[in-house]
Design a protein around this ligand. Structure first.
Ligand code: BES
Ligand code: ZN
Ligand code: ZN
Length: 491
């Protein structure tokens, strides 16, 4: 467990085993770099983004960053902590980094990067390592020489810690194996968050789901030995400025069902619960930040398996809103679960905004690459909020995929109201999003955005501030969006 703390002290007054220094844009003239300039040049340190060099005898670690923008600093800090992950230094110190005297967004990125880069998942390792940093101390000394507004800085550090902790919490859930994390486990996690942060928590089991006429979700769950759960967490502060619902796909395993996935595609499908896990993490962060937003989190926790009781291609299912769905592929299960959960969420809560997170389609990964989420909907306003919160505020990457009415026709069914897959092999992320749109009611149509996190949620190598495996995609993005909404900013 890493800890970051801000100290009202100069760097020289802070004790630590090692000092971390960022070299920005190849600028070796900075006050903090000058001392070791010759050594660094001699060693051939080029200060490329995320490049690190350790000078043990000087007790300094240098890391490069392309700019003093938040994203570059976040990634550089993560790389620095990672580079020390196999070393024996326990405490590190750093200057604070700002790009403007009044704006602490880079400092927040710094804190996030340090905590996100320090993440490791060793639940299944028989030998746990004690190597790597335990504590990082940030000094009020600022490399540009800006005077810090101490209370503002303290708050920023606090916010950075809360959002990074939430991301790491989500990473732990997603990395957990399907045998150790199944729908009931997700419900237990939700319940413990509720107890710790004073949230309301309602869990619907199979019987309650039947009462609620959620046939689509129940069909997906049927062949699993683990019963499904619908989780509803609510955070209700006094005088909220807005009511927001977030919905997550929580497939604790997606084997594909009878439309079985090929072996190579099945590996990593424990991560199909990433959207639902993100919802749990966002609830936790928003409650910890005490944002003046009424927030409802809904998770459809289900396991998609095979067996004599499995739902089949050719089945017709009736979703909660009465629409009938022709199943043509049991591997397009996320949209079936979400159809019901979205209906339930809208019936329970008339929200000002409705966002859903899902590892919904491989097509989204093909279209945008592994690192970028796809954002969709029938209304520009919520989409733009997500895009701004992504690239500009949180450093997550997201891009809009535009709906159109021609693709909508590809979901037509001859026997039911709609098909669960389209009749074209093109635009798969969009047709999945358009399918979800059929379960959004009139009230929420202009307030909804769907975020396909299939790419960034789980990547099998290190990238930026993200480790191998679960990234916690969607958490920082949504927390920033809600913080902005809480401030009453229009986008
Ligand atoms: N969970 C998968 C989507 C996915 C693929 C997530 C790769 C992460 C990485 C989803 O349930 C699925 O299987 N979708 C199908 C839809 C198809 C049958 C229309 C897909 O993308 O192939
Ligand atoms: Zn699937
Ligand atoms: Zn899936």
């Amino acid at each position: 467990m890493k800890r970051v703390k801000f100290y009202e002290k100069l760097l020289s007054e802070i004790e630590a085993d090692i000092e971390i220094v960022i070299v920005i844009n190849g600028n070796f003239d900075q006050r903090f770099v000058d001392a070791d300039r010759e050594l660094l040049e001699e060693a051939g340190f080029g200060a490329e983004q995320d490049e690190t060099i350790l000078l043990p005898e000087k007790r300094r670690l240098y890391v490069g960053a392309d700019s003093i923008g938040a994203s570059d600093i976040r990634a550089a800090c993560a790389s620095a902590v990672r580079a020390l992950g196999s070393k024996n230094y326990k405490t590190a110190k750093m200057a604070s980094y700002l790009n403007h005297p009044k704006c602490t967004s880079v400092l927040r990125a710094q804190v996030e990067g340090l905590l996100l880069g320090g993440y490791t998942f060793d639940r299944y390792k028989s030998k746990k390592s004690d190597k790597g940093l335990h504590k990082i101390r940030i000094s009020l000394e600022e490399y540009n020489g800006f005077e810090l507004d101490i209370p503002a800085v303290q708050r920023t550090v606090e916010k950075g810690i809360i959002s990074a902790d939430a991301v790491n919490f989500v990473r732990d859930i997603v990395n957990t194996t399907p045998d150790d994390c199944y729908p009931e486990t997700m419900a237990q996690i939700a319940d413990s968050i509720a107890k710790e942060y004073g949230l309301e928590c309602e869990i619907l089991d199979t019987e309650r789901l039947r009462d609620e006429k959620m046939e689509a979700m129940l069909a997906v769950a049927r062949a699993s030995r683990h019963e499904p759960r619908l989780i509803h967490l609510s955070y209700r502060p006094e005088n909220p400025v807005a009511v927001v619902s977030i919905v997550g796909k929580g497939l604790t395993y997606d084997s594909g069902g009878l439309s079985l996935k090929p072996s190579d595609f099945m590996v990593t499908m424990k991560a199909d619960k990433s959207g639902g896990s993100a919802v749990l993490g966002i609830m936790r962060a928003v409650a910890a930040l005490k944002l003046p937003i009424e927030l409802h989190g809904f998770v459809g926790a289900v396991e998609n398996m095979i067996g004599g009781d499995a739902y089949k291609p050719d089945d017709v299912l009736r979703a909660k809103n009465g629409k009938t769905i022709e199943v043509r592929n049991t591997d397009a299960e996320g949209r079936l679960v979400l159809a019901d959960v979205l209906c339930y969420a809208q019936e329970k809560v008339k929200a000002d905004y409705l966002f859903d997170f899902a590892t919904l389609t491989g097509a989204c990964v093909v279209g945008l690459g592994q690192y970028t989420s796809g954002v969709m909907g029938w209304s520009e306003e919520p989409i733009q909020r997500v895009l701004y919160a992504a690239d500009t505020l949180s450093g997550e990457m997201a891009a809009k995929l535009p709906f159109n009415r021609y693709l909508k026709k590809s979901l037509k069914s001859e026997v039911a109201d709609i098909c669960n897959i389209s009749n074209t092999r093109y635009g798969g992320a969009l047709t999945a999003g358009i399918f979800l749109g059929e379960f959004i009611d009139e009230h929420h149509r202009q307030k909804w955005a769907h975020i396909d996190i299939a790419g960034p949620a789980f990547v099998e190598h290190v990238w930026g501030e993200n480790p191998v495996g679960a990234s916690g995609a969607g958490v920082r993005l949504m927390v920033r969006l809600l913080e902005k909404l809480a401030r009453g900013d229009s986008h």
